[in-house]
Write a protein that binds this ligand. Structure first.
Ligand code: SF4
Length: 508
């Protein structure tokens, strides 16, 4: 009894603390958390936030941010991952705590380079924008006070005096609306975005912002604070990284993607070396297609390329014996003789398969790892072409893959916005002639498996339909499916070559 009563008291106290700590479901993340948490919780919070930010990134590209589809999908993800999902939700203190702690963990992981900071800032801004837009007017006002953004509302007399100017300078407002609307006097530095887009009345160094536009000010303020905070966090990184428990976790998170690691190869040994050329065109992502082409052309790849491509091939099912044969055949066509290959390169390959050195069974690289680490230099072919090729070169590569000009423009736009994985998803859609990829791409081996599922699904359907008689209706659906799913580069010989793989890639 004593034990449970104390536990209850403790619980009540904790709940009370959280109510004080997190008065709003929306946060500005001004103070870092000070409580102790376990490493398990540390990692699970961080991984969940990373999943959430990736959804935010995907939705931001697929939908306009003001649409119902965007909002509904984001709310459902917040709910699924147990983050605060509705501004008015009461008693979601655990979710608020998770929101707070996970934000600060990712700050640590994502302050390490300019690229990482930019990505993190963009997704956090989008998340904040959505959450702020869900607040009622009353909650918005409360939030502004909590965030020390309690701008001065101008008096009715001053508003009447300025009403014509306010109406003329504020797009979307008629005179009658000016009278209903509250206006805030805001320093110019806080209203830069509105000022730059000429959406606000300016007088004597102040912007007069209607309540409906206050979100732009809040967002601008949030961006400035978060961007400064990331720079400051980066400065304190060396001391944080000296903690041996945190260093690997943080590095893993910043290169992380959250899905299977493709280390369990149920398909091992089911691919023949003769299939690789055809597969590289039909089902390899551009990074691997480029490595394969370079290997065939120059009969050599440098270390970064051998690692990235070798582990990918291992992940799609190439056995150690096949890998040794595959690399040797290609290398001896170039400047490496068989003896040199056996003495030098074969060791690396066995190492990748966990047969040498520490005997680690290495896993294929994820997109994040490829995009974020070890950029290629001159003469290298590894890396992610969407991240590491200059736009003109990327355009040429896409042209040589027969991507139509409109598709190339879409891909280059995504690359410009630094959405490299989304650019790759678009490449998948265009090369497989589907409208919506239907999954979130995080890994080259995932790309391969999804491609095979799609192509083999189409082929299975084709077989089924041709075996099932002359139903006109069925022929029609076959045509539809074929035209949707079969890549332009397919041919019968290749189809036959790849048929053996069906069973392995159509399984879950
Ligand atoms: Fe390869 Fe991933 Fe880049 Fe696509 S996004 S090319 S799969 S690294």
């Amino acid at each position: 009894m004593e034990f449970s009563s104390r536990a209850r008291q403790k619980h009540v106290r904790l709940a009370g603390d959280r109510r004080e700590l997190y008065p709003h479901s929306l946060q500005f993340y001004l103070e870092p958390p000070t409580e102790s948490i376990s490493l398990v919780e540390f990692e699970s919070f961080a991984v969940d936030r990373l999943k959430l930010l990736k959804v935010v990134e995907n939705l931001g590209v697929s939908y306009a941010r003001s649409t119902d589809s965007y909002k509904t999908k984001l709310e459902s993800e917040l709910r699924k991952l147990k983050f605060p999902y509705r501004a008015l939700a009461e008693g979601d203190y655990e979710a608020r705590r998770k929101d707070h702690i996970s934000h600060f963990i990712l700050r640590l992981a994502y302050c390490q380079s300019e690229d990482l900071r930019r990505w993190f800032l963009q997704q956090e801004m989008d998340l904040f924008r959505y959450r702020f837009s869900q607040l009622s007017d009353g909650l918005m006002q409360k939030f502004l006070e909590y965030a020390n953004l309690a701008f001065e509302a101008i008096s009715e007399d001053l508003k009447n005096e300025l009403s014509n100017d306010l109406c003329a300078s504020t797009p979307g407002l008629v005179l009658s609306k000016v009278k209903e609307q509250m206006f805030y006097k805001v320093g110019l530095a806080d209203a830069v975005d509105l000022f730059r887009t000429r959406k606000v009345f300016i007088k004597d160094g102040f912007a007069y912002v209607p309540f409906k536009d206050i979100d732009a000010i809040v967002l601008n303020n949030y961006r400035t604070r978060l961007s400064k905070a990331l720079a400051l966090t980066a400065r304190s990184l060396p001391s944080i990284q000296s903690d041996e428990r945190l260093r690997p976790l943080l590095s893993h998170l910043s290169h992380s993607y959250v899905g299977p690691d493709y280390s369990i190869q149920k398909n091992t040994g089911k691919i023949s070396l003769e299939q690789i050329d055809a597969l590289s065109v039909k089902s390899f992502p551009l990074c691997m297609r480029q490595l394969h082409r370079a290997l065939r052309d120059s009969h050599h790849l440098r270390h970064g390329g051998r690692m990235q491509y070798g582990l990918f091939l291992k992940g799609i099912g190439m056995t150690l014996e096949q890998a040794l044969e595959f690399w040797k055949k290609e290398f001896v066509r170039g400047k490496v003789d068989a003896d040199k290959f056996d003495k030098g390169y074969a060791y690396n390959i066995r190492h990748n398969y966990g047969k040498e050195g520490k005997r680690t069974d290495y896993t294929p690289y994820s997109c994040m790892k490829i995009i974020m680490s070890n950029p290629p230099s001159q003469g290298d072919y590894h890396g992610c072409p969407f991240r590491h090729s200059d736009p003109e070169l990327l355009k040429q590569k896409l042209q040589s893959c027969k991507i139509p000009p409109s598709g190339i423009t879409q891909i280059l736009e995504l690359v410009k916005g630094m959405h490299y994985q989304l650019a790759c998803q678009k490449y998948f859609e265009l090369t497989h002639e589907v409208d919506d990829i239907g999954f979130s791409l995080n890994h080259p081996n995932q790309y391969f498996i999804e491609s095979q599922r799609l192509l083999n699904g189409a082929r299975e359907l084709k077989k089924e339909l041709s075996n099932s008689g002359n139903s006109q209706q069925k022929y029609n659906s076959q045509e539809n499916m074929s035209s949707n799913l079969t890549p332009t580069s397919s041919n019968t010989a290749t189809d036959t070559e790849l048929e053996g793989l069906e069973a392995y890639f159509t399984e879950d």
